[in-house]
Design a protein around this ligand. Structure first.
Ligand SMILES: Cc1cc2nc3c(=O)[nH]c(=O)nc-3n(C[C@H](O)[C@H](O)[C@H](O)COP(=O)(O)O)c2cc1C
Length: 166
């Protein structure tokens, strides 16, 4: 499989931990990069990209993504395959669950090929901007309430991506 760059933004370490779990599941093909240290050139190194953000400020992307998104807007993503993952807290924020991933999706939709949509089974929430056509636009992880499910969710998602990435 072609190389995979996992770009993530994380405020308390949850998203970073998941980025590392995903990288481990892919093995040698994957590299993790914190968006707070990333340059647009880093995007060019990988045909396959994974973007991960948590949700903050009731429905927003993680802060470091707010800055990196400006660089992303100028990048040519046409030939890339991109998968998203998002962290959220469904108990405390059921009306904006994992919205950050939805905000990120809206910035790149139509400019690239997005893969890795994920079913909503097993989550309890009212509303999410990460929901499009009845599925999440990427993997959703809730470390605050469902950390026991994380390992299995990551494993299944990575298996799915192996068939969707180039
Ligand atoms: C002030 C604050 C606001 C948050 N807002 C949301 C939210 O709107 N929706 C959501 O699903 N989670 C929300 N969260 C939960 C975080 O997204 C969640 O704890 C996540 O795992 C943090 O990941 P990180 O440490 O990688 O940044 C919020 C947490 C805090 C403390």
């Amino acid at each position: 499989m072609a190389k995979i760059g996992i770009f993530y933004g994380s405020s308390t370490g949850h998203t970073e931990k998941i980025a590392e779990l995903i990288a481990k599941a892919f093995g040698d093909d994957a590299t993790t990069i914190n968006v707070s240290d990333a340059s647009p050139d880093d995007l060019n190194k990988f045909p396959n990209l994974i973007f991960g953000t948590s949700t903050w400020d009731i429905g927003g992307m993680q802060d470091d993504w707010e800055d990196f998104i400006e660089m992303l807007k100028k990048a040519d993503l046409k030939k890339k395959k991109i998968a998203l993952f998002g962290l959220g807290d469904q108990e405390n924020f059921p009306d904006s669950f994992a919205d950050g991933m939805g905000v990120l999706y809206d910035q790149i939709a139509g400019k690239t090929t997005i893969v890795g949509a994920w079913p909503t089974d097993g989550y309890e929430f009212e509303e999410s901007d990460a929901l499009k056509d009845g599925k999440f636009v990427g993997l959703v992880i809730d470390e605050d309430n469902q950390s026991k499910l994380t390992g299995e969710r990551v494993k299944m998602w990575v298996e799915m991506l192996r068939t969707e990435f180039v």
